[in-house]
Design a protein around this ligand. Structure first.
Ligand SMILES: [Zn+2]
Length: 396
């Protein structure tokens, strides 16, 4: 055979035995082994062709081990789950390394602009004026990092981004049954923010965002998020909206500071202010708060909460026109924005006491994002052409 490293010829050496872990127990086989004297490296082309990993798992065992490693609370529990459900026994570290290998392969594909499955044309739901609307979101969430010698290290931000097609409010719903689950595709990883933009753009193009007349980007007030969508989805019909529930949480905090000793009064006040924000928008809510009959003597906590609300609102007023957005039939916040962080990253990477190496967390984010994305994405990745050959080596 031709040596893949130096393109010189590598001679046949022997038929070497190997034992694999498959779904039905160990598989013993022999395959030809070639050795390149020049590189000092051996090859068994059969293994690559058959999609067998360096850890000796069959493709099916690798797929299940990865699923178990990604969905269980920990790699140890993933190993136990795998044994319980498939009778496949792998060590905790094999489940971990296998899951991370796959995460790296997903990341490599995305970086090389390889997307999974055929390009789709999502049937975007229409707004109150009959325009098709596509949604984008991006959010940051902290992950605890493992320092040298098992010590603590500074946390790293994982970003979770998504393109999605939320089921609209009642009066805009098309006839027929509601969809069984949310149409969404996620990206997640410990990326610098500027690297995530192009990845999200490609993912959006892959589901036909171009066909939507209006693009709505929902984010919280996190640094750089609005700029990222402005830069990457730059067209006149881009609407940036500050996630309503994030804005509302500031008002809830302010209400608690005002009625520190009375939970019920705080809840009632929060509800009133949040209703005002939804019905009148950020500017009116801010004006009302500015002329509020605040008590003469204010505890430090209340003064701080007021400052916080004022700063946050003043920075974001341009994307807090909630009554207008609602009149257009757009979403002003949804489970999607917040729950993406929780379901994609939080549930698996932020368990009690968990600390992560950077590479491991980055890889696992990719597996989770793929798994939580719409039906078909996970399956499409596992088509062999994506899983075992880096795209640059693909034969025509
Ligand atoms: Zn060679």
């Amino acid at each position: 055979m031709t040596c893949p490293h130096c393109r010189q010829s590598a001679g046949y050496h022997a038929d070497r035995p190997r034992v694999l872990v498959g779904l039905f127990g160990p598989i013993r086989y022999r395959r030809a082994y070639y050795y390149c004297r020049r590189c000092g490296r051996g090859q068994s082309p059969f293994d690559e062709g058959a999609g067998i990993t360096s850890r000796g798992l069959t493709p099916a065992a690798e797929r299940l081990a990865t699923l178990a490693g990604a969905v269980a609370d920990s790699f140890a529990r993933g190993g136990a789950l795998l044994e319980e459900m498939a009778g496949v026994r792998l060590s905790e570290s094999t489940v971990e390394r296998t899951t991370e290998d796959v995460g790296r392969r997903i990341a490599d594909c995305l970086t090389a602009a390889v997307l999974f499955g055929e390009p789709a044309q999502w049937d975007w739901y229409r707004d109150a004026r009959g325009r098709r609307v596509g949604y984008l979101t991006i959010d940051a969430t902290g992950t605890r990092q493992q320092g040298p010698n098992g010590g603590q290290a500074e946390g790293r931000m994982a970003y979770v981004a998504g393109v999605y097609n939320p089921y609209p409010r009642e009066y805009l719903r098309p006839p027929g049954k509601p969809p069984p689950c949310l149409q969404a595709r996620y990206l997640a990883g410990l990326y610098p923010l500027e690297q995530l933009g192009p990845l999200l753009r490609r993912q959006a193009a892959h589901v036909g965002l171009e066909q939507a007349e209006v693009w709505v980007a929902l984010t919280d007030g996190g640094g750089g998020l609005e700029e990222l969508v402005q830069m990457n989805f730059n067209r006149p019909d881009l609407v940036v909206i500050l996630d309503f529930y994030h804005a509302a949480s500031y008002l809830e905090e302010l209400a608690r500071a005002l009625h520190a000793a009375d939970e019920e009064a705080a809840a009632a006040q929060a509800e009133q202010w949040c209703g005002l924000l939804k019905e009148e928008g950020g500017a009116t809510a801010l004006a009302v708060l500015d002329s509020w009959p605040w008590p003469q003597r204010q505890p430090a906590a209340l003064r701080e909460a007021r400052e916080k609300v004022r700063g946050y609102f003043a920075n974001n007023l341009h994307r807090m026109e909630y009554p207008e957005y609602l009149a257009e039939g757009w979403q002003i916040g949804s489970g999607v924005v917040e729950s993406a962080c929780k379901t994609v990253v939080g549930q698996r990477l932020k368990g009690a006491g968990m600390r992560w190496g950077e590479a491991g967390a980055h890889a696992l984010c990719h597996v989770r994002a793929l798994y939580r994305s719409e039906q078909g994405q996970w399956q499409a990745f596992w088509q062999r052409r994506f899983t075992h050959r880096p795209p640059v080596h693909q034969r025509k």
